[in-house]
Design a protein around this ligand. Sequence first.
Ligand code: SF4
Ligand code: SF4
Length: 56
Amino acid sequence: MVDKEKCIGCGACASACPAGAIKIGKDGKAEIDKELCIKCHTCESVCPMGAIKIED
Ligand code: SF4
Ligand code: SF4
């Protein structure tokens, strides 16, 4: 899930996601589509704010 307090909407996670599971929502924050997510954890690695935590 995305910690919306920490997310600055930079889009790095969306660009890096191999499954196309992340988009920047109307609130300017990242949103993860759990149906598409393959739990590769790439987004956690690239987020400069440590705003994403993927639960296995
Ligand atoms: S864990 Fe991988 S597939 Fe899931 S949202 Fe993050 S980058 Fe995309
Ligand atoms: S990489 Fe982190 S700060 Fe940037 S949009 Fe994604 S969750 Fe937000």
